[in-house]
Design a protein around this ligand. Structure first.
Ligand code: AMP
Ligand code: MG
Length: 420
């Protein structure tokens, strides 16, 4: 492996290579379930959703006005047409429409077969219940008509397998008249924290101890990723406890995520137990925060689970989860997640950075008065400082080949929240 120029390490793994290796070892689950449409938000579509109908089902009016034959209009003279019927949304006009005739029509109403366009009511020069005078003008067939199938065509895949269903998708499925959807079953992901210094919420904080926050961030991140978290608690740093936690995880979950105890210097038993129970790689990643990462598969009693051993520092846990565990869990769940586009923002200050590793800084992006998107760092960037993650609305992604930045330089920013 290539040596990193700045750190002097000979065995650091670039972020992109690590993710590629992880994804290459994950195969999607195959179990599915059928759910009522309203329960499918955020779930993964198990097969292409084929439209059983055209949407809209028939040509209909995009305007309140008059449905007519474009050939009846005259670009030189006003014309007066006889109104032979009324078409409302849900109430079609069934009679014929001959030359010199038209139908009063409302938005959403089916356009009569004899008509090829709709003119908006505002342009009428004069109108009564029986006739309308339209000004000199021409129209083209199709004007102000929404065509059958223009939204979704019958027989086509309205949504693709792997889609993570959004509110718009759910509405779209309803527009096809489909009420039950086959989705992938939810992933069960076990997680636990390791470290003798950890105390759980509700316990007293004795000297040198810290409250375990990682189980809570992980719970939240897993929920957001559409998984069912299974909290196995704080596990003491002794081989029997760790082994039994892994056994439970194998039995009950598709994947297990641990935090703490994966650094090379760690004297604890987490690493040893991961090695004993599975086929696990321990990496030093060319990234900050989140340098150590263990990844592999563990087995027990004929059960197995994908395993992510994340570092212990609270921000490192989040960054490693988002950039490694989450994409892998998405693949395991059978999902094709939408790509997360980075956007370019102006850094409001200089940032110190070493080349040869990827750095994720916690940022607050905002639009300045001149309309430019700018970003500032949320203060201290230590990998244990969770408040600066909580303050942030984005990650500033500083790539391997980037060095230090000056104020005013453009940087890549990954926003935390999308609209849907
Ligand atoms: P480790 O990766 O186990 O060496 O832990 C690195 C740092 O993260 C140490 O300061 C730990 O106390 C802290 N840490 C580890 N696990 C947790 C946790 N679950 N919640 C909060 N801090 C943690
Ligand atoms: Mg530890």
């Amino acid at each position: 492996m290539q040596a990193s120029p700045d750190t002097g390490d000979t065995d650091v793994l670039p972020v992109a290579k690590a993710l590629q290796t992880i994804l290459s070892q994950v195969s999607p689950i195959t179990d599915t379930e059928i759910l009522p449409l309203k329960q499918t938000l955020g779930r993964v579509l198990a097969a292409d959703l084929i439209s059983p109908i055209d949407v809209p089902a028939s040509d209909n009016s995009a305007m309140d006005g008059y449905a007519l034959l474009s050939a009846d209009l005259d670009s030189q003279h006003a014309v007066t047409l006889r109104i032979v019927g009324y078409a409302l949304a849900g109430h079609a006009h069934h009679g014929g429409v001959n030359a010199g005739e038209c139908v009063r029509i409302m938005t959403g109403a089916v356009v009569p077969a004899d008509c090829d366009c709709v003119l908006p009511q505002e342009i009428a020069e004069a109108a009564s219940a029986d006739e309308v005078t339209l000004p000199a003008r021409s129209a083209r067939a199709g004007d102000n008509v929404r065509l059958a199938g223009e939204d979704l065509a019958k027989g086509q895949a309205a949504l693709k397998q792997g889609r993570i269903l959004t509110p718009a998708d759910i509405g779209l499925i309803a527009s096809l008249g489909i009420g039950d959807i086959t989705v992938m079953r939810k992933l069960r992901v076990a997680h636990f924290s390791t470290g003798d210094e950890l105390r759980s919420v509700g316990q007293a904080l004795d000297e040198g101890s810290v409250y375990d926050s990682n189980r809570y961030t992980l719970h939240g991140m897993l929920m957001r990723a559409g998984c069912e978290p299974l909290d196995l608690g704080v596990i003491k740093d002794d081989p029997a406890s760790i082994e039994s936690a892994f056994q439970q995880a194998c039995k009950q979950a598709d994947a297990v995520i641990t935090s703490g105890g994966v650094s090379a210097g760690d004297a604890d038993h987490t690493r040893q137990m991961m090695n004993k129970l599975g086929d696990v790689a321990f990496w030093k990643l060319a990234m900050r925060p989140g340098r150590p990462l263990a990844f592999g598969c563990i087995q027990s009693d004929g059960h197995h689970a994908l395993m992510f051993g994340l570092p212990g520092n609270p921000v490192a846990v989040m960054v490693s989860f988002y950039f490694f565990a989450r994409p892998a869990l998405m693949k395991l769940a059978g999902a094709t997640p939408p790509s997360l586009p980075t956007i370019r923002a102006i850094s409001l200050h200089g940032i110190q950075k070493k080349t040869g590793r990827t750095e994720y800084q916690r940022g607050i992006a905002s639009r300045s008065a001149d309309g430019q998107l700018s970003v500032r760092v949320t203060g201290a960037q230590g990998s244990g400082i969770l408040s600066s993650m909580s303050d942030a609305n984005c990650m500033i992604v500083l790539h391997d080949d980037q060095g230090s930045l000056n104020a005013g330089d453009l940087v890549d920013v990954l926003m935390f929240d999308g609209l849907m």
